[in-house]
Design a protein around this ligand. Structure first.
Ligand code: FPP
Length: 245
């Protein structure tokens, strides 16, 4: 959505690193798993809030290529939680008009989870209110490498390889680059999320722990985004001509 002066009123594409689930649970003397469980509920709330604000794309970092390093019970807990979330929320997401797309390396996940992803994508493929990209077993560097491999396999000659051409092979080539990147949980880093796509994205870092993130925090991030002066490497207005030049 764009205002009269051409500035975006709401971002078209929001990307979120949903951080702080573990600390949310720890503060309550609960196992980390409970934080992730609450994190799923926060995600459902934020999906609805994005639809209400006419945001077109929401990309969330649900499991990174590096998250395999976590204790095995946390990894299997997260896998189980995602499976349960698909069966619990798929119909609701469909009713909300959400199109689900999974981005990441599917080779390493179980057949059960891969089938659930395929089912979620197929069941929501016709929806167009909001595209929810779930980055799972995803890493920004992985994406760049898989795009390069795909370009080579497609026979693209080196001299034809440009940013635009390689971009066609990136996992989210169907979506515009994110306008707004939000990271909750107080850490100030990208953690290998969407490295290619965030070249000109506006960043907002929030101390809020992800399970507590909701409409108010989303609106605060959008407000901060609105105040930014996006120049995409250019200048705001042409420099005045030099006198006598
Ligand atoms: C980071 O918090 C969060 C994750 C690694 C997992 C996020 C996953 C979800 C919210 C579930 C998504 C579910 C679906 C269906 C897409 P952390 O564990 O690093 O928290 P900490 O920094 O406080 O330890």
């Amino acid at each position: 959505m764009v205002s009269e002066n051409g500035k975006a009123v709401v971002p078209r594409h929001v990307a979120i690193v949903m951080d702080g689930n573990g600390r949310w649970a720890k503060k309550r003397f609960l196992p980390r798993f409970f934080g992730h469980k609450q994190g799923v509920d926060a995600l459902v709330r934020v999906v609805q809030a994005c639809i209400d604000r006419e945001i077109e794309y929401l990309t969330v970092f649900a499991f990174s290529s590096e998250n395999w390093k976590r204790p095995s019970d946390e990894v299997s807990g997260l896998m189980g939680l995602v499976l349960a979330a698909v069966s619990r929320y798929l119909a609701r997401m469909g009713d909300m008009g959400v199109r689900i797309r999974i981005v990441g390396d599917r080779d390493a996940v179980s057949d059960k989870l891969r089938n659930a992803w395929n089912e979620a994508e197929a069941a929501t493929a016709h929806n167009s209110k909001l595209t929810l990209n779930v980055a799972f077993n995803y890493g920004g560097r992985w994406d760049i490498v898989q795009a390069a491999k795909a370009a080579i396999k497609a026979g693209v000659p080196a001299e034809e390889l440009s940013e635009a051409r390689l971009g066609e092979f990136m996992a989210m080539s169907y979506a515009p680059d994110p306008d707004l990147f939000i990271r909750t949980g107080g850490e100030v880093r990208i953690s290998n999320f969407m490295l290619w796509q965030v070249a000109y994205t506006e960043f907002v870092f929030s101390d809020c722990l992800w399970p507590e993130f909701g409409e108010a925090q989303l609106d605060a991030a959008i407000e901060a985004f609105r105040e930014r002066d996006r120049r995409f490497g250019g200048v705001k207005e042409a420099a005045p001509a030099l006198a006598g030049a």
